[in-house]
Design a protein around this ligand. Sequence first.
Ligand code: HEM
Length: 289
Amino acid sequence: MEQQVEDLTNELLDEAEPKGTVDLVQAYSLPIPVKVIGALMGVSDDDMPRFKKGVRVLTEGMSGWGIARTILWDMPEVIRFSRELIERKRTEPGPDVLSSLIEAEEEGEKLNEDELVAMIFLLIFAGYETTVHLITNAVLTLLQHREQMEKLRANPGLGGSAVEEVMRFRGPVHGTKPNYATEDVELRGVPIKKGSMVIPLLGAANRDPRFFNDPEVFDIERSPNKHQGFGYGIHLCLGARLARLETRVAVNTLLRRNPNLKLAVKEEELQLQRVPFWHRYQSLPVTLG
Ligand code: HEM
């Protein structure tokens, strides 16, 4: 897998570098996880855009109209297409996760079609909507901390711990799904009533000075670094290893091939997308070279 991701990053840079200045999100951070998760799931490059509609509400702004359009049109279309895909894989299975899920049996029971549709949606969107922003956040944070960037360029073996530090310092996901208290509890002096919704703020935990020395300092060699960016416990992120690998390879290849990499706009011009519990940029214009 590592070699495939490296080949992909090189191909994308072969295309982007002659242009000089590009939006790194569109040219690099996005196609990497889209192509990787597409290949793993057995969804072709041509079919992947049909899924993107389901989450365009995130990139285009969470307006009332955007949410209504998602419920009324975009999601029904994604569901229709997922069913079509399941049908195709039933007749022509391939060496991919979707074909395996269709075949998988646990104690004599198979996943039914609704469960398969939900699984496709979860894996495809969790597979790229997150990692695209980890790659982007990693590159931006390194550009803002040049001495850390040079350290990594000189020693790519630090890639793994650099990715962990980006996850802590500027991870893309800042909250979990809603959790509901199954009984009355008290957490650090705060009473939580049975049935109340609780969303732990991972981004805040990752800057907690009781757990991290100098939490505002970005240090790619930080150790220990027990950040919560991939959640924790039984719902710990299923794709954490994949996201780590993709980001480490993406950042190392970019730095190796572009010794003069720089931001192509002023930092103040960068725009965060207004998506609750996320830290994601609209675009990241950079000059390659
Ligand atoms: C940088 C990339 C990623 C980040 C920051 C991230 C973050 C998270 C977080 C915080 C959770 C826990 C949510 C909760 O407790 O409610 C989670 C769960 C999950 N993630 Fe990721 N994720 C990433 C990449 C991926 C990838 C690449 C995949 C799939 C290939 C994936 C699949 C999942 C799934 C299926 C769950 C649900 C696990 C469960 O509830 O048991 N994630 N992720």
